[in-house]
Design a protein around this ligand. Structure first.
Ligand SMILES: NC(=O)C1=CN([C@@H]2O[C@H](COP(=O)(O)OP(=O)(O)OC[C@H]3O[C@@H](n4cnc5c(N)ncnc54)[C@H](O)[C@@H]3O)[C@@H](O)[C@H]2O)C=CC1
Ligand SMILES: O=C(O)[C@H]1O[C@H](OP(=O)(O)OP(=O)(O)OC[C@H]2O[C@@H](n3ccc(=O)[nH]c3=O)[C@H](O)[C@@H]2O)[C@H](O)[C@@H](O)[C@@H]1O
Length: 467
């Protein structure tokens, strides 16, 4: 069996960085080069202070600290890394297209294509090329065509190996993955490539968890896994609206249905809406693919997951406005949390951005506190939406490093991320500092209804009326 000696990963982002760090730490005999065109990002990966890594992920700095400089290297020398590698992972971003055909739905594959052309140009010996990025089903076909038509007559074996890690738990997810999915061609060289990649993962995972399939099943399974997960969140969020009208409690409903082993209890936490760089992007991609094959009903079915998520974010913002006597103009509203979930500094598609946008439309003054997100990121997120100028945003939105300061003289607090520290605050002290009546809108269901009411708050929790 072919034993891989040198791996190159193109793309040092939320997936490339942690994934390759774990591979390097578990496979000391393999040299792993993680390369990126973003010099600033690479400099941070190489920062001597491990607290300055470009990504915050529990356990990441320990893994990087163990392997970096030994068999794990971060650099911008893309061509050299491609040349030296037997196996090349492509882990670049695949955002939703913002222009042209498929705008707003299809995946933008320009970065993938650039990688393929670069690999083809540089490679002078056979390579296994692994799709790590999430891609539309049948992308491997396009990759193969580019590699074979622009390459130096070497053999490229293409595998699909989608990543299932979740941010905030990336290291644990990688170390103890439920499964590893490897799609490849059903030919002797395809089988050899699949076995070579399986061997890498077998350094720390039992063989039974490594699934081999054809390429198309693997590519499609990644989109389907995210669609099913997001669908569960939208399903329970749709029920949260019904709970608020009927005095049912969404947590009790989740628990009651989750006890059914066919349904299962995970991923049934009602919230202000799912965020993150992938759920929406991947479902839109699935919708686009279904439409492109003329499967309109299939497309409509999955699009509803996004529609429900948008509804949930809007509903949360509308409830704040309605509860604050139908006007938030000039009122100070503190946001606790900006990241799309706890334990990450990632804010892509975070519900907080959309709730803020809706309140800014009503001229609210927003003060944000998030333990891991920078001021610049928050401003950039709002600017990216394009509804307000940078100047207007800076006038209406303040970012602070202290949750108590955020609460001072606020009309309301909205909890947008489920950071553990929010549960530990001295909420009595916070209440004392706020204007009265002091409103708290819990979009993450992390605070106790009875306690908050006993402290004097007017307390609103997604999916639940009263205690
Ligand atoms: N973020 C997540 O939790 C997960 C993401 N994925 C998928 O993994 C892929 C990557 O996602 P992230 O790591 O979050 O993206 P990211 O945006 O954090 O990182 C991508 C990196 O690729 C680099 N890059 C782009 N084109 C390049 C090129 N031609 N040469 C060298 N570097 C280049 C960018 O500079 C960037 O640093 C996406 O397809 C995503 O859908 C899959 C599972 C989980
Ligand atoms: O392809 C990807 O990018 C990844 O997308 C998700 O991972 P991630 O987005 O990092 O985080 P999740 O834990 O899935 O949370 C996504 C969003 O749903 C929300 N959520 C999740 C679970 C839940 O019960 N309720 C809920 O509102 C979270 O707060 C968050 O905003 C998947 O869980 C990963 O398996 C996948 O690899």
């Amino acid at each position: 069996m072919k034993k891989i000696k040198n791996i190159c990963c193109i793309g040092a982002g939320y997936v490339g960085g942690p994934t390759m760090s774990v591979i390097a730490s578990k496979c000391p005999e393999i040299t792993v080069n993680v390369v990126d065109i973003n010099q600033k990002r690479i400099d941070l990966w190489n920062h001597e202070d491990l607290d300055k890594l470009p990504i915050y992920e529990p356990g990441l700095k320990e893994v990087v600290g163990k392997a970096r400089g030994k068999n794990l290297f971060f650099s911008t020398e893309v061509d050299r890394a491609i040349d030296e590698a037997d196996m090349i992972f492509i882990s670049v971003n695949t955002p939703t297209k913002t222009y042209g055909k498929g705008k707003g739905q299809a995946a933008d594959l320009k970065y993938i294509e650039l990688c393929a052309r670069n690999i083809a140009k540089v490679a002078v010996n056979d390579k296994i090329v692994v799709e790590k990025s999430t891609l539309p089903v049948r992308t491997a076909e396009a990759l193969k065509s580019i590699l074979e038509n622009t390459g130096n007559n070497v053999n490229f074996e293409i595998l699909s190996n989608p990543e299932f890690l979740a941010e905030g738990t990336a290291i644990d997810d990688l170390l103890d993955a439920d499964r590893i999915l490897i799609g490849g061609a059903d030919t002797p060289s395809g089988q050899e490539a699949k076995d070579a990649l399986s061997w890498v993962y077998e350094h720390w995972l039992p063989k039974e968890r490594i699934l081999q399939t054809n390429v198309w099943s693997s590519e499609l399974s990644k989109l389907v896994a995210n669609a099913f997960l997001a669908q569960r969140v939208s399903s329970i969020n749709s029920i949260s609206a019904l709970c608020e009208r009927t005095d049912a409690n969404v947590a009790e409903v989740s628990k009651a249905i989750g006890y059914d082993s066919r349904i299962g209890s995970r991923f049934l936490n009602s919230s202000v809406g799912f965020g993150g760089s992938c759920f929406q992007k991947d479902i839109l991609n699935l919708v686009y693919i279904a439409k492109s094959f003329g499967l309109q009903e299939v497309a409509d079915y999955w699009e509803q997951v996004i529609i429900m998520n948008d509804y949930q974010k809007r509903r949360f913002a509308d409830n704040i406005i309605a509860t604050l006597y139908n006007t938030v103009s000039g009122k100070k509203i503190a946001f606790y949390g900006w990241a799309f979930k706890k334990d990450t500094n990632d804010t892509r598609e975070s519900a907080a951005i959309y709730v803020a946008d809706a309140l800014l439309e009503e001229n609210a003054n927003i003060v944000v506190y998030d333990p891991k997100v920078s001021k610049e990121t928050i401003y950039a997120d709002l600017e990216y939406l394009g509804n307000k100028s940078r100047e207007e945003i800076e006038k209406l939105v303040t970012v602070v490093n202290d949750p108590i300061e955020a609460a001072k003289d606020a009309h309301a607090i909205a909890v947008l991320t489920e950071w553990d520290e929010f549960k530990e605050y001295d909420w009595q002290a916070i209440h004392d500092l706020m204007l009265k009546p002091a409103f708290v809108f819990d979009g993450r269901r992390i605070l106790d209804h009875k306690k908050m009411e006993a402290l004097g708050f007017k307390f609103y929790k997604i999916g639940q009326n009263g205690s």
